[in-house]
Write a protein that binds this ligand. Sequence first.
Ligand code: GLN
Length: 537
Amino acid sequence: MKYIFVTGGVISSLGKGITAAALGTLLERRGVKISLQKLDPYLNVDPGTMNPYQHGEVYVLEDGAETDLDLGHYERFTNVKLSKLNNTTTGQIYETVIQQERQGKYLGKTVQVIPHVTNEIKNRIMRVAESSGCDILITEIGGTTGDIEGLPFLEAIRQMALEVGSDHALFVHVTYVPYIKAAGELKTKPTQQSVAKLREIGIQPHVLVCRSDHPLTEEVRAKLSLYCNVSIEGVIEELDVQHTIYEVPLMLQKEKLDALVCKYLKLDLPEADLTDWKAFVEKIMHPSHKLSIAVVGKYIGHQDAYKSIYEALTHAGAFLSCGVEVKKVDAEEIEEKGAETLLQGSDGILVPGGFGSRGIEGKIEAAKYARLHLIPYLGLCLGMQTAIIEFSRNVVGLTDAHSSEFESMTSNPVICLLEEQKKLSSLGGSMRLGSSLCKLLPNTKAYEAYGRDTSRERHRHRYEFNVAYKSLLEKFGLKISGTTENGELVELIELENHPWFVGCQFHPEFQSRPNSPHPLFVAFLKASLEYRKKTHS
Ligand code: GLN
């Protein structure tokens, strides 16, 4: 059992998660079983209660765990099966330690950060190693070296490395090497200081992955090696990608990161075969077609808020050899300026999931615009709910139709609270979460997209289509194309008399992979290509 610990230096947002995931790609393709884990130093028990502006997307796993978006990268870059064990926060660690203290498990001792908190961190690392049966566990520590809240995690991994021995643990430090334009040179000092901070704690990194927008010169490499006490081959360059994050494994392979990791960990493994990966990247870089897809959301300004959706569009686009230009449209702006101004020229319209009433009317307008102009529409979770509200109001004539999430007094709650949610009072981890079976109904666009009778899909919601309105809406041309196994909850809807208008209550974006795009995204883009062909001819 080998452990790789990935830390971050200098600044956040360096793409540490992508680096960890890309290292995972390379090692997995050398034939070892790997797993990946993220340790987040914040006090929230999980990111489920955090605003996407704070934290970016909440990524949902099959078992329903609401996790950090880096777990999305891990699942997309590798074949690992992740569970709630793979994302641990300080909140979870303290929750356990305090519970154990209340149960008297510490036998009268003073409960302290060292050893009790650090032991619990080590337990969490070991639990993933054991339960996943992996040969190599890559553990990423969230935050940046120097953060106060990260200290117990760094202390825990220092202890672990000592316990498992030098051939079994490796420290990879992802750092930033800025190019200073005025001086015309790359600067190594921030990295030197970040490594000095690590060494103060007792961690000597073996590898520096240097994020930079300029290639590292031999001189810079030598300087980093000397001042940071890292071998020259341990200085790895990771430049800003030209086109796509999926270039990162290729870049790191060229820099021989995986070969070095194998050398340090005394692993004799064959080279990683990246043929299919290269072909996938090639398709992203040289598409034969183009598409403009509008994503209408309320967190459009935040790069990471709809991460998995953007990735799923890239995967499906590559599959169809088509470059997807995402037009990020702020739902509130539609309310001010009208749908036509912001959505005209789009080949497809996608409305993602969300919570809270801000921007809702803009999303409803977007669904209306797609319906009336016969533009392909994909509504995800809230995007399905807003499409149903729009249809009820403007086609069926229930002018005050709404979701009881936004208008508790509406006389037509076409979207209402799930039965099991009615008795719940706490917000954390209490939605309908995780994977469950969706029955696909024949003679529907959804069925055609999947080409099979069932699909397992991940959920994260409290509200649902109110089935009391089912037969009325069906009379006007709304089709139910997927339900839960017992047929009770509506999972997929579509519109008759429209080329492709589909809404799903689940989140297909979490299951899309580079070389296995999600069928709904593929069908949506196919329909968008058709639409573009028609409108551009
Ligand atoms: N707010 C809606 C609900 O709770 C939709 C959730 C979502 O889009 N993830 O049902």
